[in-house]
Design a protein around this ligand. Structure first.
Ligand code: GLN
Length: 483
């Protein structure tokens, strides 16, 4: 798919220079050829070819939807009717949903062709994709490195050129961090912009569906298909979606970019900071104004997030009881034995750790000290952003403190793993949209620039990314072996 953005592919399909079927077959073949990456849990060949044939028929009739015939992958956290949806957990290893998530429905209605379900950290808990029941995903830039998480399979599939885009979810960085580690573009929309219906819940007040692609332009095309109100998700907002593609032409002239001092703090590698500053200097050459801003409560984001997210997870994951669906232990001796053994066998270590932490934080006697306090910190963090956005249009910093780390490097140290999310989780606590853009390399590995916007200003965010990408070519670089 080298060089072929979504618009070019759509044009080639409309001109009948290539068929949707040929693109689907090519993507499926590429996914198989790169099985070394372990980016996919399930390939849905029959459904993909049937969808491609429908797209070809619509293209031939001349009434094709905007993404007709464009192949892509779904993170295996979106329910797909008739296609197993595992969330990378033994708990859901054999779960075949009876319905489609809204994001799945909308992309199908837009004509896009799903080729399969991408690997992830179990229940989207992780920053390295090492917490998958189906094994880790490898980074296409260096097979000894992690692709980031939790949307690691989605990021690796796009970076390796298997598909031009993939869906992802972002609760604390799971779209932006793997996009940064894999040298691609990742968009986390505002909370409520994209329906959560049929997206398996991790932490409901933080979870956001979004997109991983090569460019901001491609993210705009996909967001246009998935954004919008959904009556089946009570937290989805009625706020009308903008025309994200038309808005891309807005230049950076006069845009005030707040450079967040705290995002360049201790722990940020020099090479990462230097690459991000160089990308920001390019924005300045395009007419943006760089202004230093401060987010004084930034250091409290990790502790607040790692109380709130596990608390909500412990509540959401109570539904996996071995009774209704999901894994059930063999030969239960009692109801309690059924619950405890089904859950102990079905959940991996990190998921069990989060359920324990969350249950503790919510228990009588500790609720005020942990959960309530974390909610208060959450408000302070949101207020920091609101104060900064009184004087700037966007806020910038490195998406991650380092480039992709090695497989196994942090696996035994949960706190070190959590610290990798230092620049991403605050955005979720405040419900804001953010974009990670390729911003050069350090140690031969991709670096990500994070841009953050006020709620529902996705059009401004995507336009800034697009304008930067018009002037730079970091987003066009691909690892060796890419399709
Ligand atoms: N790495 C963070 C966590 O482990 C964020 C995950 C996510 O965004 N789904 O919770």
């Amino acid at each position: 798919m080298s060089g072929g953005g979504i618009a070019q592919l759509a044009q080639a399909l409309r001109a009948r220079r290539v068929s949707a079927r040929a693109l689907a077959e090519r993507a499926l073949a590429a996914a198989r050829a790169r099985s070394d990456l372990n980016a996919f849990i399930t390939l849905s060949e029959d459904a993909a070819l049937a969808a491609a044939d429908r797209a070809d028929a619509a293209l031939a009739r001349g009434d094709a939807a905007p993404l007709a015939g464009i192949p892509f992958a779904h993170k295996d956290i979106f329910c797909t009717r008739g296609i197993r949806t595992t969330c990378a957990s033994r708990m859901l290893e054999r779960f075949v949903p009876p319905y489609d998530a809204t994001v799945v429905e909308r992309l199908a209605a837009a004509g896009a062709v799903a080729i399969g379900k991408a690997n992830l950290d179990e229940f989207a808990m992780g920053s390295s994709n090492e917490n998958s029941h189906f094994g880790p995903v490898r980074n296409p830039w260096d097979a000894t490195r992690v692709p980031g998480g939790s949307s690691g399979g989605s990021a690796a599939a796009v970076a390796a050129g298997i598909v031009p885009f993939a869906t992802g979810t972002d609760t604390g960085g799971s779209i932006r961090q793997p996009a940064a580690f894999c040298g691609i573009t990742g968009l986390k929309p505002s909370y409520g912009r994209v329906s959560r219906f049929g997206m398996i819940a991790f932490a409901s007040s933080l979870d956001c569906g979004g997109v991983l692609a090569r460019s901001a332009e491609d993210c705009a095309h996909v967001l246009a298909a998935i954004a919008g109100h959904d009556p089946r998700d009570a937290t989805s907002v009625a706020h009308p979606a903008e025309d994200y593609v038309a808005a891309l032409s807005t230049t950076l002239k006069g845009i005030r970019i707040g450079v967040a001092r705290e995002y360049f703090g201790a722990g940020v590698a020099d090479g990462v900071a230097a690459a991000v500053r160089a990308a920001l200097a390019e924005c300045e050459r395009q007419g943006a104004r760089l202004v230093e801003v401060s987010l004084p409560h930034a250091h409290l984001a990790i502790p607040a997030y790692y109380v709130i997210a596990p608390a909500e997870a412990s509540s959401n994951l109570a539904r996996y009881d071995g009774v209704r669906y999901g894994h059930r232990c063999d030969d239960p001796q009692s109801l309690e034995d059924l619950y405890t053994r089904s859950r102990a066998e079905g959940f991996g270590r990190e998921v069990r750790r989060r359920i324990l932490v969350g249950t503790y934080a919510l228990s009588a006697g500790y609720y005020d000290a942990y959960y309530l306090r974390a909610q208060r910190v959450r408000r302070l963090i949101a207020d920091d952003f609101a104060a900064a956005f009184a004087t700037v249009d966007l806020i910038a910093g490195p998406t991650t403190p380092t480039v992709a780390f090695r497989l196994g490097e942090k696996a035994a140290d949960p706190l070190a793993m959590y610290a990798a999310d230092v620049n991403t989780v605050a955005v979720n606590l405040a419900g804001l949209p953010a974009l990670s853009l390729p911003a050069g390399f350090s140690e031969g590995l991709p670096v990500g620039l994070q841009l953050i916007a006020p709620a529902f200003a996705e059009a401004r965010l995507l336009a800034a990314g697009y304008q930067l990408q018009l002037a730079t070519d970091w987003h066009l670089r691909q690892p060796t072996g890419a399709k």
